[in-house]
Design a protein around this ligand. Structure first.
Ligand SMILES: [Zn+2]
Length: 278
């Protein structure tokens, strides 16, 4: 079985999520019956069993600070899970509407042990190039930590697509040429072509393939083989048809073995040096 690193896994108990997020996402797919206890608590042992069974060597665990549209999953939760399950890499998250001093909050999260930062402008209702976040982006650049940006649609009530404006994302790549930027969902919905162009134009922009139907990837990204050093596998777990199932669908696309190795594991290793065990 090919080893897989899942760059996009959501934590949180069911009651942390809005009813719409539960209905349209968290409770879809094969996992929710096993992953959550009858009270809706996220079961770390169940997660470990699922990852083990599907050949997943690890993953990035994401908190979420979007109480109005999706969820409030505090960073403490992902830290707690990664302590129990060290193959999981905890990331931080910021919402400038909730965190009065985003850089100070990010420093606090770094002290807790996060290894990168995720920003979700569409759910948190702010532009990703909001100047209030730039000091936190400087921290990521200076410490060589990856910055994940939700880059594409979301269908939950109240989200605003203007915050998925591709040119806002390009601003960050231009303003921080040395920052590792990951476009989560790679422009999902309406700007795949621009996302692929940004990967080509900017040396430190990657795409995470989570939340996309694998069978369509070559249509979305015709240069996937050539740019395979800049794509990472991810699923948006637990709302996914299956981690191994998605990986199998990508394997069936006809990419070279080298490209598949990079997408499933090698690129994640380079983005998170020393954090993914052999
Ligand atoms: Zn996600």
């Amino acid at each position: 079985m090919r080893k897989i690193f899942d760059f996009h896994i959501h934590a949180g108990h069911l009651p942390d999520w809005t009813m719409a997020a539960r209905k349209f996402w968290m409770e879809t797919g094969p996992y929710s019956g096993r992953l959550f206890t009858p009270e809706g608590r996220f079961d770390v042992e169940a997660l470990e069993g699922i990852l083990e069974a599907e050949g997943v060597v690890g993953g990035v665990l994401l908190p979420e600070y979007a109480p109005e549209t999706a969820a409030l999953v505090p960073v403490e939760r992902v830290i707690e899970i990664s302590r129990e399950l060290p193959r999981m890499v905890p990331f931080g998250a910021l919402n400038p509407h909730l965190h009065a001093d985003p850089a100070a909050e990010f420093e606090r999260q770094l002290d807790l042990g996060v290894k990168g930062l995720k920003i979700h402008g569409v759910h948190c209702l702010h532009r990703v190039n909001d100047p209030r976040l730039y000091p936190a982006y400087e921290i990521c650049r200076d410490r060589d930590l990856p910055l994940m940006l939700h880059a594409g649609t979301s269908i939950f009530p109240g989200v605003r697509l203007r915050h998925a404006d591709p040119y806002d994302f390009d601003d960050i790549a231009v303003d921080f040429p040395d920052l590792k930027v990951i476009l989560c969902h790679g422009g999902r919905g309406f700007w795949y072509q621009l996302a692929e162009f940004m990967v080509q134009r900017h040396e430190r922009v990657w795409i995470d393939l989570s939340g996309l139907p694998p069978k369509n990837l070559l249509r979305y990204y015709p240069k996937l083989e050539k740019l395979s050093h800049r794509f990472v596998f991810g699923t948006d777990f637990p709302g996914v048809p299956g981690i191994a199932a998605n990986a199998a669908a990508i394997t069936a696309l006809g990419l070279s073995d080298e490209a598949l190795e990079r997408i499933f594991l090698g690129n994640a290793r380079r983005l998170l040096p020393g954090l993914i065990a052999d």
